[in-house]
Design a protein around this ligand. Structure first.
Ligand SMILES: Nc1ncnc2c1ncn2[C@@H]1O[C@H](COP(=O)(O)OP(=O)(O)OP(=O)(O)O)[C@@H](O)[C@H]1O
Ligand SMILES: [Mg+2]
Length: 384
């Protein structure tokens, strides 16, 4: 099997080749950062982002998200590679000369200044007169819906309002791209959920390029036009949220996104574009690959099935030919809208997600046997 198996089955799969800059938007070309001491924080990152696009850099701690963002913002100098905005190199410009603005995780507001002065402060570097600074600050406060609170001090605002002041302070400088490093990280969960929607709405209204860094899968899926999944300094996959969630291009993405069943198997039959894969526990799986290079009989592959695509039936029902396995329920996890069933099949851990309404059917069923099955179209084949 060739390198193409993941890609042939995946729209927008792992992208490592440099894109050709179009002259519009942001281009990262072969971007690399090696810190003194030898840590390779970012390794040959290639990415194009359009104006008006909401892109999320997603990956585990230490994978190089912040370093990538800091190079775009001018807070870190690349070891290799190029950063172009509308075809112009940014690499040798200091942060305040770049048409980008960064919103850091801890957005320190000046406690003794009013909301208006906090926002107007962002314009001091530009050498504008006081009345113009105030007019522009009011405009920015209007964008985030805070004009009525312009004379308050930050301490008299809620966490979400403070966050919007921080955003207004950034927007007032009219950047071409907004860079956000874990912008929702400090907020409690309810506020986080609200700010996701607010931030996304604001971005749509402004039509600005947002590049948002997070290690939270759900946040990325809910906010991004496109997600860039990184691991150990490199890009694993670039795609829209639905593709990332349903067609992970690599085992790492499948594992990092969570709630995927990953089985190891060998191709035993090939029929046109349909495969039969048998795993070491004799589970038979059929899959289809349309286009690209196909694996040959005898090759090792990984079978990925999302927990949400798994159906649950009573043990002992009529046996289908493939795509099912007998499991034992290990733990029933009730999560409100859904129930996660932690299962074991021949020593392998499996997961199924069923609607929360079905919780009573599974309560207290730990130790019982069930059958899980899935549809052929929900099977993703990756190379082992
Ligand atoms: N100034 C520095 N000097 C040396 N190594 C650094 C420096 N900054 C970051 N690193 C290392 O580079 C790697 C990437 O760090 P980075 O901060 O970009 O990760 P991250 O993806 O933002 O992680 P997190 O989710 O924890 O914020 C890590 O191994 C980190 O220890
Ligand atoms: Mg970081």
């Amino acid at each position: 099997m060739t390198e193409n198996v993941a890609e042939s089955n995946t729209e927008g799969a792992a992208v490592t080749a440099p894109s050709v800059p179009t002259g519009s938007g942001l281009d990262l070309i072969g971007l690399t950062k090696v810190f003194p001491g030898g840590t390779v924080a970012v390794d040959d990152v290639n990415l194009h982002v359009d104006h008006g696009e909401y892109v999320v850099l997603l990956g585990p701690s230490g994978c190089g998200k912040t370093t990538t963002l800091r190079m775009i913002g001018g807070h870190e100098y690349p070891s290799e590679g190029e950063i172009l905005l509308d075809g112009q190199s940014l690499v040798d410009l200091p942060p305040h000369k770049r048409p980008t603005t960064t919103v850091f995780q801890h957005f320190a507001l000046f406690p003794h200044r009013s909301v208006l002065d906090n926002v107007a402060f962002g314009l001091k570097m530009e050498g504008l007169g006081k009345s113009e600074r105030r007019a522009r600050a009011m405009e920015a406060l209007e964008m985030v819906g805070l004009t009525e609170l312009s004379s308050r001090k930050p301490a008299a605002l809620s966490g979400g309002q403070q966050q919007r002041v921080a955003l207004a302070r950034v927007l007032v400088t009219k950047p071409k791209a907004l860079l956000l490093d874990e912008p929702l990280g400090d907020l409690d969960r309810l506020l986080q959920l609200r700010m996701r929607v607010e931030l996304r709405n604001l971005q749509r209204q402004l039509g600005l390029m947002f590049i948002h860094v997070t290690h939270n899968q759900e946040e990325a899926l809910s906010m991004a036009d496109r997600i860039v999944v990184m691991n150990e300094a490199r890009i694993q996959q670039i795609a829209d949220p639905l593709t990332i969630a349903t067609k992970p291009a690599t085992e790492l993405v499948a594992r990092f996104m969570g709630d995927n069943n990953i089985m190891r198997g060998r191709v035993t039959e090939l029929n046109g574009n349909q495969f039969l894969v048998e795993d070491e526990h004799k589970v038979r799986v059929t899959a289809r690959i349309d286009g690209g290079t196909v694996p040959a009989v005898g090759e090792q592959v990984l079978v990925v099935v999302r927990a949400a695509a798994v159906e649950v039936a009573e043990s002992g029902a009529a046996e289908p030919v493939a795509n099912w396995v007998e499991c034992e329920i290990v733990f029933v996890e009730f999560l409100g809208d859904l129930v996660k069933l932690h299962l074991t099949a021949g020593g392998e851990r499996m997961l199924a997600k069923v609607p929360g309404e079905r919780y009573p059917a599974f309560r207290g069923k730990e130790g019982e046997k069930i059958r899980i099955s899935w549809k052929e179209e929900d099977v993703q084949l990756l190379h082992a």
